[in-house]
Ligand binder design. Structure first.
Ligand SMILES: Cc1cc2nc3c(=O)[nH]c(=O)nc-3n(C[C@H](O)[C@H](O)[C@H](O)COP(=O)(O)OP(=O)(O)OC[C@H]3O[C@@H](n4cnc5c(N)ncnc54)[C@H](O)[C@@H]3O)c2cc1C
Length: 385
């Protein structure tokens, strides 16, 4: 059981890096809906985005707990790792299931910051959470796949060189198990743009560089298939535990940022001749937010320990993501309430962080689906779908 914050040196260096990107930087990008390119470059150049890449491919070969510490500190500093967190976990699909030539081709270049792997395409308008109903299809013609279909809410596609794409290679009706017949391809966005791939930005409530992708007879070499054809759903599922745990760490960071802001403000702001934090109506929700965040952080630690021991951790990873996203949401709401009217003023950054952290109760998996997993897999109750 870890009693002190993990990786103090990494946390310290990340905080120093983040201090170069103050609130004004994020506020201005948010207003203009622009990507934090300089911040992502600094993180890449400092090697933080490649901590999970093994040393033999140029990364630092650290475990998930180091990546957790990095993302938590980014969020706790008021910055936004959502701009680049996917590089940490999408790389895992390539690392675990790619062949040696794919790994040699891509991983060292990603680690060196010469290649960006920021985009991950699963969600479709017609399938929603039910991934087995995706319709984007790849038909093999000789040494190429021809891709047709559409993806929605694909983050950072305009700021990535590569896309990890889930497609159907066998129609759903023709496979005995609906999770079969899907495959994962690496798409080189630079070559695909204008040659069968078009990208349309989606304006969302926060600055998240989300897009829609349209595939119209896009040709992808067969050598870009990851692992075996038809086993893609399993490969994507394998990567999801790391994704959930890392995003839970970001939520813990967000919650700590809100709690810090709220408790400082509540101690300083005087109304009716005394600090507002002296009123338990203000003090107790902040204390509750702290308690919820600490509990969520413990579940993140448990999920991480299981992950690093290569033991099953799907339930813990999903539970950690659910609890942490609820803790950050509650901390954010409490922070807005504590600041009163000022919580709504952009210059305090609370409304921005409040919008940003809200995402994680829906993506990458929504709360209901986590509860359904617990209800049916852990508690063995009947499934509703
Ligand atoms: C900003 C943003 C960025 C994203 N980035 C990416 C990305 O990079 N790549 C990618 O592939 N996807 C991405 N997504 C998609 C995201 O993962 C999905 O939005 C999310 O998984 C939910 O899918 P949906 O929006 O289709 O909701 P739906 O599946 O339509 O569900 C809508 C609501 O109904 C609930 N629901 C559905 N079925 C049930 C049920 N059986 N029981 C109870 N409740 C149910 C859900 O919990 C949800 O609350 C992103 C989304 C957003 C908003």
């Amino acid at each position: 059981m870890q009693l002190e914050p993990s990786f103090p040196e990494i946390r310290d260096t990340v905080q120093k890096l983040c201090s170069q990107f103050p609130s004004e930087y994020w506020r201005s990008l948010d207003a203009q809906r622009q990507y934090p390119g300089e911040f992502v470059k600094e993180l890449t150049d400092s090697g933080f985005l490649s901590v999970l890449i093994p040393e033999r491919y140029g990364g630092s070969g650290l475990g998930l707990s180091a990546a957790n510490a990095i993302l938590e500190e980014i969020q706790r500093s008021g910055c936004n790792g959502g701009a680049c967190h996917a590089q940490m976990y999408t790389m895992g699909t390539l690392l675990r299931h790619g062949n040696e030539s794919q790994k040699e081709r891509y991983l060292p270049a990603i680690a060196a910051g010469k290649l960006r792997l920021q985009a991950f395409g699963v969600t479709e308008p017609g399938s929603g959470t039910d991934t087995t109903r995706i319709r984007t299809k790849a038909e093999r013609q000789g040494d190429k796949y021809i891709i047709n279909g559409q993806k929605v809410f694909i983050s950072r596609a305009e700021h990535s060189d590569l896309l990890i794409l889930l497609v159907r290679t066998t129609p759903r009706e023709k496979v005995a198990n609906h999770t079969g017949g899907m495959s994962v391809l690496i798409v080189d966005i630079r070559e695909a743009m204008g040659n069968g791939l078009s990208i349309k930005p989606i304006n969302t409530m926060m600055n998240h560089a989300s897009t829609e992708l349209f595939f119209d007879n896009l040709e992808v070499p067969v050598e870009n298939l990851i692992g075996a054809e038809g086993r893609g759903f399993r490969y994507i599922l394998d990567g999801m535990n790391a994704e959930r745990i890392l995003i839970a760490s970001e939520c813990v960071g967000d919650a700590r940022w809100f709690i810090n802001k709220a408790s400082e403000y509540a101690s300083g702001r005087e109304v009716f001749g005394r600090p507002i934090g002296q009123n338990q109506g203000i003090q107790f929700p902040i204390a509750r937010a702290w308690a919820q965040t600490e509990a969520a952080a413990l579940m993140v630690d448990k999920a991480t320990a299981l992950f690093e021991a290569q033991r099953p951790c799907g339930t813990e990873a999903n539970t950690a993501k659910m609890l942490a996203s609820e803790a950050s949401w509650f901390a954010g709401d409490t922070c807005v309430q504590t600041f009163g009217g000022y919580g709504f003023a952009t210059e305090y950054d609370i409304e921005r962080k409040f919008r940003e952290t809200r995402l994680y109760r829906v993506a990458p998996i929504s709360t209901n689906l986590v509860l359904s997993h617990i209800g049916t897999h852990v508690l063995k109750m009947p499934k509703s779908f």
